[in-house]
Design a binder for this molecule. Structure first.
Ligand code: NAD
Ligand code: AKB
Length: 334
């Protein structure tokens, strides 16, 4: 490959929720140029913005990589493209191709671009879906779950995330210069965007519905509980991991945590600001079972210790400082 290729940060899945937030955050710095890949179009940029070029296409398309790698040399990759948990269970073959084969192909490309002298950092957002708790009692007893416990995923999506974590760690150990790092994210909630195809989606959907003054049909039971994190806190955590010196890191995959909230608690908190909130429970047993298998809370002590993960929001300020004001601005400009 030619020596004139432009060194870049590459983001796959950049048109998604995390990708958009990450791009916005990268625009605040003076880092190297950014190129993006996604099935969907993406328009970001403008004067001073590091975004250089968007490749609209499929990560499984070899022609896309040929074109991109002809012009650019990735030095840091955020591999976000994926099919999230609920959708992955309904399109298992496609999900395997994207979440497992697609990631494996990109890891191979990254290992090819890396050298021991010029290691390439590969940052992978894994998920609490790698954990599997077999019963409500074990879910309660296990919280907060630390990284080496309960690695028994109940979903294809979770198994695919765990596979990529292990594949990345193995390729790194083989010594070609790949520097692989993963964060296991909880459910994320953004005031700016809505999720699609995930299972933790009930929380952001409910909060956004409340702000729009629409009734919400909740697909999990009132007691369903997961850890949640504000999108900016998660993005900050991902960036801290990406830029931390390797010597500080004691693991490959780190939990990032956040407040542990049940559907009933979220409803009660949101109703304080949106008293007309109307929630009906229409249980989707498959999605409810997925949530039941995920931890109620995770231990993120290693991330705090090793790369200074320090989420800016607790259970109250997640709503009062971030979600409620941001969502009000989004829907009514107030
Ligand atoms: P998202 O669904 O909003 O974004 C994923 C993006 O990937 C989409 O824009 C989609 O078009 C793109 N994509 C899917 N298949 C593709 C393909 N074959 N080729 C190119 N692009 C493709 O999801 P997100 O919330 O931004 O999540 C990003 C990553 O973080 C995913 O790997 C997800 O599993 C992980 N994650 C997210 C959460 C969360 O709560 N948002 C939690 C844990 C882990
Ligand atoms: C999903 O629900 O699929 C994601 C996740 C926790 O991985 N939000």
């Amino acid at each position: 490959m030619s020596g004139e290729r432009v060194p870049v940060t590459l983001i796959t899945g950049a048109a998604g929720e995390i990708g958009q937030a990450l791009l916005e955050r990268l625009a605040e710095g003076r880092g190297e140029p950014v190129v993006t890949v996604d099935l969907r179009p993406l328009s970001v940029g403008g004067p001073g913005h590091p975004h250089r070029e968007h490749f609209q296409g499929d990560i499984l398309d070899p022609a896309l990589w040929e074109k991109l790698l002809h012009r650019y040399r990735p030095t840091l990759i955020f591999h976000l493209a994926a099919i999230l948990s609920t959708r992955a269970e309904s399109v298992p073959v496609l999900a395997h191709r994207v979440n497992a084969d697609g990631a494996a192909r990109l890891l191979a490309i990254a290992a090819d671009c890396a050298t021991p002298d010029e290691p390439l950092r590969f940052v992978f957002p894994s998920s609490i879906a790698v954990y599997g708790l077999p019963s409500p009692e074990s879910k309660e007893a296990a919280a907060p779950v630390s990284e080496d416990e309960h690695l028994d995923p109940a979903t294809l999506y979770g198994a695919q995330k765990l596979y990529v974590e292990r594949l990345g760690a193995t390729i790194e150990r083989l010594g070609a210069g790949l520097d692989f790092r993963a964060v296991r994210l909880p459910g994320l909630i953004s005031s700016d965007t809505l999720p699609q195809g995930g299972t933790s989606d009930w929380a952001p959907e409910l909060i956004h519905a409340a702000a729009r003054g629409e009734p919400y049909s909740c697909f999990v039971n009132r007691g369903a509980r997961l850890p949640f994190c504000a999108m900016p806190d998660a993005v900050e955590g991902i960036l801290r991991l990406a830029f931390r010196g390797k010597a500080s890191l004691t693991r490959t995959a780190y939990n990032l945590g956040g407040p542990s909230l049940s559907a009933a608690e979220i409803i009660a908190r949101v109703a304080r600001d949106f008293p007309d909130l109307e929630v009906r429970f229409r249980l989707d047993p498959a999605r409810d079972r997925i949530v039941a298998s995920w931890p109620a809370a995770v231990d993120d002590g290693a991330a705090r210790r090793d790369f200074g993960f320090a989420p800016g929001h607790d259970e109250e300020t997640l709503f009062s400082r971030y979600l409620i004001p941001g969502i009000r601005r989004r829907y009514d400009g107030s």
